[in-house]
Design a protein around this ligand. Structure first.
Ligand code: AMP
Ligand code: GLY
Length: 428
């Protein structure tokens, strides 16, 4: 069977790498892929854009693709799954209606409230005065979020009323966040430790993936601008077995059941961004796809055949699935182009990729391309160097020992990925 992975980031490299190991997969096509998927055994890049739904359907038909996996949110929100299903093609992910859990923060908040799933107190506003009214009745800081997909950048934490007002004006004027900014969600600021929780969902059947946690801020000590994620590790000790059960029962299951009851049955990866507060886990946001970079450390631990698992989910057999995980610990550290998430250079040669890497290290590509046989930078997040070890400390040592073998102009990475979990390990 041929498999198609849609997307071009580190998450898609990891998905393609894992799917290529499947006993039932011949070739993994990646549309459009990156410099890493171009070189991966059993994987082939195809020059079709992730949002070119007609082109993707044609590709799936002409190459007899038996399973398509969608990496990023944009094609899901644009209805790639609806289209593939209508054409009789198997595509793992939510429909456009179900993808609203991610594509509209207002939809997600309304859904959470309707189904009594724990989340920050909120309001959605379309004018500045309504926003200021809510703000006056709540403690600062307040969190303001542009309604639509804004690639993780449409969130402002306002410490004072002047910032609330300026941000409302900015977001509602529609300039700063484009079409994403016509409605704004304002919500209370939650205090706690953030964690990601990802499950495979098919209607009301649910299988949790191994736990993970990412670091969204660009700089060490979790400071600086928000990014797509600068590194991640699995498992995440913040998610204790008790909390995992609690999240399954209070967040994931009611979400799957609520979506089905509302007529938007959810199939796909359901990613809950959580704040673990003193009164339990609350939902900060949903993503309707795997996380990037969480996918890289998670899939490095997955021992089950991913293609079999996803086909089982699509055939309504998810209840039979049990995932096998490597008990060891993985960490992925993102190497970014200096300047990311703002302006950065592209086209710089990357050296060291031909290092004789040990089995414990895997370099997943994100923003890379091949230019005249040379791998060059082509995006903000360039690579995710991922390592596995017996303990977090060992995996951490391994990833930072090997990462400097790679070089490119203005390479930037955080040296403290996993610091919270390491501190937790040391204190226990
Ligand atoms: P989101 O895109 O909704 O996940 O927000 C991006 C980041 O903003 C999150 O990862 C949190 O660090 C922060 N954030 C969002 N909502 C809240 C909240 N209600 N309280 C505290 N921090 C938040
Ligand atoms: N790493 C966070 C995300 O994929 O949204």
């Amino acid at each position: 069977m041929n498999v198609l992975v849609i997307g071009s980031g580190g998450r898609e490299h990891a998905l393609a790498w894992k799917l290529a190991q499947s006993a039932i997969v011949d070739t993994v096509l990646v549309a459009p892929g990156n410099g890493g998927t171009a070189a991966e055994p059993g994987v082939e890049n195809v020059d079709v854009a992730a949002e070119d739904i007609d082109g993707l359907v044609e590709l799936a038909k002409s190459r007899e693709v038996g399973l398509t996996v969608v990496g990023p949110e944009a094609p899901l929100a644009a209805g790639v799954v609806d289209r593939f299903s209508a054409e009789g093609l198997k595509c793992f992910g939510p429909t456009a209606a179900a993808a609203q859990l991610e594509s509209s923060k207002a939809f997600a908040k309304q859904f959470l409230s309707d189904h009594r799933i724990p989340t920050a107190d909120w309001i959605v506003v379309e004018d500045v005065e309504a926003g200021m009214d809510f703000a006056r009745g709540h403690a600062l800081p307040l969190v303001l979020k542009a309604d639509g997909l804004a690639a993780g950048k449409g969130v402002v934490i306002a410490e004072d009323m002047a910032t609330v007002e300026a941000t409302l004006k900015d977001m509602l004027s529609g300039d700063a966040f484009g079409a994403a900014g016509h409605r704004v969600v304002i919500e209370e600021f939650l205090i706690g430790e953030e964690a990601s929780f990802i499950a495979l969902v098919d209607g009301t059947d649910i299988v949790a993936l191994a736990t993970s946690q990412d670091h969204k801020q660009r700089d060490e000590g979790d400071r600086g601008p928000n990014t797509g994620g600068m590194g991640a590790y699995s498992p995440a000790p913040v998610i204790t077995p008790e909390l995992e059960q609690n999240v399954l029962e209070t967040v994931i299951r009611p979400t799957a059941e609520g979506m089905a009851a509302d007529g938007h049955r959810f199939t796909g990866f359901l990613y809950a961004g959580l704040m673990v507060t003193r009164t339990g886990a609350k939902v900060l946001e949903f993503n309707v796809r795997m996380g990037d970079p969480e996918t890289q450390p998670i899939l490095m631990r997955l021992q089950s055949d991913l293609a079999e698992v996803l086909l089982a989910a699509l055939d309504g057999r998810l209840a039979e699935v049990e995932l096998d995980w490597d008990p060891r610990v993985t960490i992925g550290v993102v190497m970014a182009a200096g300047g990311y998430p703002e302006a950065y250079r592209k086209g710089d040669a990357i050296t060291g990729l031909d290092t004789d890497w040990p089995e414990t290290v895997k370099v997943f590509h994100a923003g890379t391309a091949i230019d005249n046989g040379q791998t060059v930078t082509a995006g903000g997040r360039v690579l995710c160097v991922t390592a596995i070890g017996e303990s977090l400390e060992q995996a951490h040592g391994e990833v930072y020992r090997w990462l400097p073998r790679i070089g490119f102009a203005n390479a930037y990475w955080r040296g403290d990925i996993g610091h919270r979990a390491l501190a937790r390990d040391k204190s226990s």
